[in-house]
Design a protein around this ligand. Sequence first.
Ligand code: CA
Length: 289
Amino acid sequence: MSRKNPLPKKHLVLALGLLIPLLVVSLGLVSPTEPAAGAAPSAAAAGDAAPPPTFTNEFGMDFVYIPPGEFKMGSDQGAPNERPVHRVQITRGYYLQTTELTQRQWTAVMGTRPWEAVRHAPSGPDYPAVGVSWEDARAFVAALSEKSGRTYRLPTEAEWEYACRAGTTTEFYYGDERSGLGEYGWYAENTVKTGLEHAQPVARKKPNPWGLYDMHGNVWEWCADYFSDEYYARSPLTDPTGPDSGYPRSLRGGAFDQPPRYCRSAIRIKYFADNRYAYIGFRVVAGTE
Ligand SMILES: [Ca+2]
């Protein structure tokens, strides 16, 4: 094709047709649609094969899709085991339950009421399922997987913190100020110091930017990982799953009887896998299959 050939008229019309909308956009007459900072994850941006943004399973458990991404894990403001702050890549999307697992949901799957054996535990369908050990939580996700035909599991620490932060880098997902915590979570100031001596029903406070409730406070949440104080110094960059061995397991998010410092996004503590307490529960991950 010769460069000297004039552009055929119909091509010129087509070219102008494409050019004019581009000029309109570049002049600011029309703004391309952009997601707001901290907006809920959208499956639409990931293409036609993207999983749906939310689903509810047959036991009434609500899940939100957490897209792959990268974040800074840990904090310089907390305990030594939260350091060093390090970049982590989550390469596979997953669904995370939007609330702590409730007592109604536990009983629907397991047919038991383990919280009745634990001192100071609340009892009611919308309270978190407490009095469950890490081993109990593992038994729950195994039973749920078998009954539903879908794979359920506990989140890794990295998956839990990535979802809690929801794109934020502050100490809490709403900011750094401890005084704001009462809007987002149940902690010592609005429970034990006001006479409420146990965990509260789930999802009564504001969710984080990705639609997750009670990631700060109410009950500590079991994660899948073994725990190591030194793990962050040698954690893999991609999809870390914790140390290869150990006895204590990881808990995240703080609880109703804790001060704000122990409800931060980066807080992590260890308990033995057979411990059962009124301030420990969990939430569930579902795969994207
Ligand atoms: Ca919690």
